[in-house]
Design a protein around this ligand. Structure first.
Ligand code: DSN
Length: 419
């Protein structure tokens, strides 16, 4: 691995970075929130901008020496505005959870009500799960999906909105695989005078590429992470209408955060430029085709697909019909070289530590260049493994086949060396 200075100064960390690189290269990464950034993004992340403090915003910093940092942050903001057609963008949130907290801090008073999706139906911890701080500060009411249609229960949202008069109606999910009707939510919100908020962390890249509906043009506030399908560095971002800009900016700094991480902001700018390239539209389209290819095989092999189908980059499988739990499935797949995550299914009767499902997605494998044929092969391997959880010789055989497949889709060859 070409990190010669690190190799000399800190062999412990170097060795684990080398092992992690090999793990990423040899395994099939199918956690839908993960991806592989470009070398250019890695270079910006590892750049000298990490040395600089820059509390404040471009043109209004508290410390001197920020003339170039201002340029970098302004480029990131302008690119994000163009990419999503946003009025105002704050690129400083450290990640998705801080971005969501900043929106709540900016727009809610203590005790105010938010209508958000139930976690087991695809919602996110930061959307008011009882174990989180926002749930102690605000009043979260949860809606669910409709088992008949597999879709968000829009009728339930309307009923709950009329009953509870929320200050915010929140959509955006981490294991929901269907498209979202933002216009319908906006209409309901307008009827009860609620602010509309979307968390597009999982699907931001698919939206930026024009493949999924864009809530930024319809909603008041939209948060996202910049990794996942957007394929940038780990980080967060908030987009909003101009009328909320001042409140949002003040909530991010100084209410919640101190100095922004400008190396990450530089890397966000690089990733946004990459996402504007026509090749990114093609990449995002292939993510969708690959998810459909997985869905086809899992359906043929008798797996239960939560929410009936996928319209995006992920699939949530209910494993109960295969008599295996999500934790065991994750562990066996991990040993075989396929990385997925155990996940609760809607109204899961099992515990979150041993839930009934697994969640898997295609962004990372698509970055490696894999297409429908590879997805079909991989879905069949997963089905073979989960239908034969005790068959270790089968697992070993598949592991060899996975190593052979991944060797044909090189990852970070620039970082590998022959030592
Ligand atoms: N950890 C991210 C995910 O996997 O969906 C978001 O919390």
């Amino acid at each position: 691995m070409h990190y010669t200075n690190l190799q000399n100064s800190d062999p412990d960390i170097y060795n684990f970075l080398k092992k992690e690189l090999q793990r990423q290269q040899e395994n099939l990464e199918m956690i839908p929130s993960e991806n592989f950034v470009s070398i250019a993004v890695l270079e910006a992340l590892g750049s000298i901008t990490t040395n600089k403090y820059s509390e404040g915003y471009p043109g209004k910093r508290y410390y001197g020496g920020n003339q170039y940092i201002d340029e970098i942050e302004n480029i990131a903001i302008e690119r994000a505005k163009k990419l999503f057609n946003a009025d105002h963008v704050n690129v400083q949130p450290l990640s998705g959870a801080p971005a969501n907290l900043a929106v709540y801090t900016a727009l809610l008073d203590i005790g105010d009500t938010v209508l958000g999706m139930d976690l087991s139906h695809g919602g996110h911890l930061t959307h008011g799960h009882p174990v989180t701080l926002p749930a102690k500060i605000y009043n979260f009411i949860r809606y669910k999906t409709n088992p008949e249609t597999g879709l968000i229960n829009y009728d339930e949202i309307e009923k709950l909105a009329k009953e509870h008069k929320p200050k915010i109606i929140l959509v955006g999910f981490s294991s929901y695989s269907r498209e979202i009707d933002y216009q319908k939510i906006k209409q309901i919100a307008d009827e009860v005078g609620a602010i509309t908020m979307a968390d597009i962390a999982h699907i931001a890249g698919l939206i930026a590429a024009g493949h999924l509906n864009n809530p930024v043009e319809i909603f008041d506030v939209v948060t996202t992470t910049t990794h996942k399908t957007l394929r940038g560095p780990r980080g967060g971002m908030i987009m909003c209408r101009e009328e909320y800009a001042d409140k949002i900016d003040k909530a991010v700094f100084p209410h919640l955060q101190g100095g922004p991480h400008e190396n990450i902001i530089a890397a966000k700018a690089v990733a946004f430029k990459e996402a504007m390239d026509p090749s990114f539209k093609e990449y995002a389209g292939q993510i969708l085709k690959n998810a459909k290819a997985l869905e086809k095989v899992f359906r043929e092999r008798g797996f239960t697909i939560c929410f009936h189908q996928t319209d995006n980059h992920l699939l949530l499988l209910d494993l109960r019909s295969k008599n295996i739990d999500g934790k065991t499935a994750q562990e066996i797949l991990d040993k075989t070289g396929i990385t997925v995550n155990k996940n609760v299914i809607p109204d899961d009767p099992a515990s979150p530590m041993r839930p009934s499902g697994i969640r898997l997605g295609t962004p990372a494998l698509t970055t490696r260049g894999m297409k429908e044929a590879e997805m079909e092969q991989i879905a069949n391997w997963i089905a073979d493994i989960l239908e034969n959880p005790e068959d270790e010789s089968l697992h070993m055989k598949i592991n060899q086949e996975i190593k052979s497949l991944t060797s044909h889709f090189p990852l970070y060859p620039e970082l590998s060396s022959e030592e």
